[in-house]
Design a protein around this ligand. Structure first.
Ligand code: AMP
Length: 585
């Protein structure tokens, strides 16, 4: 049986882990670092880059570089590049495919099974989109698990005592707070709350705006209009933010940032930690309400918390740690790595799902993982009211049925409008599905009995069904959520990804041969020139002919359309020139 990898598919960075010899270890990315930037780029030559290489070229290729795609999961967002439309699932799949590849190289075997983490606050559509991304990447997603649960899992291993723990997770784009009960082999999520549009990206943006404003004051130039300059500003804003986590001031120096009246302008500014804290104070304060809600929902007060865990890169910010201290009255635990614990927890769950005992020092027990629904689920009833079927923070898996009836006399069809959210009116909640139940027995209003069932599996994925109890007939129903990818689209994306994997390989090889050929051509041409008349005529003739042939193939080669046959031909021509010019270059 192959290994199950644990993947933390983050907004800014992703991380992959696997259990080896009973210990979760982090799998390094291609650049050797423990996390991989969640960035995808399409170069102008038709190459796809993922991770560090994509992040590095973002400044010079901003409109073809995609970062923070997680923020778009489960929405209609798409990006069009070279005439092809990519949805968020497809872009995420490219990141996942890279992580899968890294894991395969690390383990020396094929990897297909994975556990992927999502923010606890992700709704059903976002979870499904994440699962779909896994499928597109060629992964069998065994479980979707909430990030804080995953973190607690890796934490729970080191610390056996039963306790209630707050996981405060502030990453690049999302904020989650969860109250978790860690018991003897049981990890139960008691409550979750959060904000899936709050994180380090927002802090970066505050610094960016501060820079733009200062620049405007000084040079009367709007940097927003200079795309390349803005990319550099964004990059340096993040660096500055990180620096301010450990020092009181940070210098932002960007030489040749832009041009003003034909003159190059260099930027040199200093941001203090105090000013930074002022710039983000309202954002930091926004984490208060979810913390209060989670504590209320778990029916505990901060004094009952055993520990407070910090997860996500943004919790390294001192102002955030102060806020956590102030809200909980506790010193946050720092003995877990905020970047790695989520992936490690997922790897532990993966290993457990394979039938291994819980990877915990000395326990060897099976792990029971109880998760909860992050938001209430309801359907729309008369007057636009959202009638709850499943309350927020219900333990998963769960199944709940309720009987509804018709509102109008002799109504033959009812529309079931499935909603997610806490608001009393349907229109204020998020629509996650709609379907029609047809063929209801003709009867006065209120007589037919329609049983609506909500079924949520352990991944937090919801299935809704409806049955007409009067006729006893079960209707087959499909939930159509526009935001979700259809089966057809997923299959198409999977086929594309597979096809692309082959194409990618050919392109990579072509690029290698092309680079080598170009350097060989340069050397050979120079050598022929240098040797002049000293060179034997037949040799010279042969080398020149081989140069000509290779040069022609190189000129003809288009990386976005290159075929395997062309690569083979070019490689042969290169070998031929290497042989004929052997004594020269
Ligand atoms: P994550 O999604 O958990 O990988 O968190 C990524 C976010 O953490 C990004 O916005 C990073 O800029 C931020 N981050 C990483 N290290 C630090 C640090 N030392 N200080 C402040 N923010 C950081």
């Amino acid at each position: 049986m192959g290994k199950v990898i644990g993947i933390d598919l983050g907004t800014t960075n992703s991380c992959v882990s696997v259990v080896e010899n009973n210990v979760p270890v982090i799998i390094p990315g291609t650049s050797g670092s423990m996390t991989t930037p969640s960035v995808v780029a399409f170069t102008k030559k038709g190459e796809r880059l993922v991770g560090e290489s994509a992040r590095r070229q973002a400044v010079t290729n901003p409109d073809r570089t995609i970062s923070s795609v997680k923020r778009h999961m489960g929405t209609n967002w798409s990006v069009k590049i070279d005439g092809t439309e990519y949805k968020s699932q497809t872009i995420s799949a490219m990141i996942l495919r890279q992580l899968k590849k890294d894991a395969e190289e690390f383990l020396g075997e094929t990897v297909t099974d994975a556990v992927i983490t999502v923010p606890a606050y992700f709704n059903d559509i976002q979870r499904q989109a994440t699962k779909d991304a896994g499928r597109i990447a060629g992964l069998n997603v065994k479980r979707i698990i909430n990030e804080p649960t995953s973190a607690a899992l890796s934490y729970g291993l080191n610390h056996g005592e039963a306790q209630k723990v707050m996981v405060y997770d502030l990453g690049g784009g999302t904020f989650d707070v969860s109250i978790i009960e860690i018991g003897d082999g049981v990890v139960e999520v008691l409550a979750t709350a959060g904000d899936n549009h709050l994180g380090g990206d927002d802090f970066d943006e505050r610094i960016v705006q501060w820079i733009v404003q200062n620049f405007r004051n000084e040079y009367h130039v709007d940097l927003n209009k200079d795309f390349a300059a803005m990319q550099r500003v964004r990059d340096s804003a993040e660096r500055t933010k990180k620096e301010l986590s450990s020092s009181g001031t940070s210098h932002i120096v960007l030489p040749y940032l832009t041009q003003v009246k034909g003159e190059a302008v260099h930027m040199d500014m200093t941001l203090t930690r105090a000013k930074f804290e002022e710039l983000i104070s309202d954002l930091v304060a926004r984490t208060e309400e979810p913390v209060r809600n989670a504590l209320n929902d778990a029916r505990i007060n901060p004094a009952q918390l055993g520990r407070v865990l910090l997860v996500g890169g943004s919790t390294r910010i001192p102002a955030i740690q102060d806020k956590v201290r102030q809200m909980t009255g506790k010193e946050p635990s720092k003995n877990i790595n905020p970047d790695e614990c989520v992936a490690k927890g997922a790897a532990i769950l993966g290993s457990t799902l394979q039938g291994n005992g819980l990877v915990a020092a000395g326990t060897g027990k099976d792990l029971l993982l109880l998760d909860v629904t992050p938001m209430s689920l309801s359907i729309e009833t008369v007057g636009g009211v959202a009638t709850r079927l499943v309350e927020r923070n219900t333990t998963l898996p769960t199944r709940y049925s309720r009987i509804f009836s018709t509102a109008a006399p002799y109504q033959r069809t009812v529309e079931i409008h499935v909603l997610q959210g806490e608001r009393p009116m349907a229109r204020d909640n998020k629509t996650i599905g709609k379907f029609k139940l047809k063929g209801i027995k003709s009867a006065p209003a209120g007589v037919p009995q329609i049983e609506v069932t909500f079924d949520i599996d352990a991944n937090g994925i919801l299935k809704v069904s409806a049955r007409d109890l009067d006729t006893g007939k079960e209707q087959s129903i499909t939930i159509t959520a526009n935001d979700r990818m259809s089966e057809e689209e997923i299959n198409q994306a999977m086929a594309d990804a597979q096809q692309y994997a082959g194409l990618d390989q050919v392109r990579r090889e072509a690029m290698e041969v092309l680079n080598d050929s170009q350097s060989l051509l340069g050397k050979a041409e120079q050598a022929v020139k240098n040797a002049g008349k000293q060179l034997d005529k037949p040799v010279k003739k042969q080398v020149k002919a081989d140069i000509g042939r290779l040069r022609k193939l190189v000129a003809k080669c288009r990386l976005d359309k290159v075929t395997e046959a062309e690569v083979t031909e070019m490689r042969a021509a290169k070998t031929q020139l290497e042989n004929s010019a052997a004594g020269l270059v």
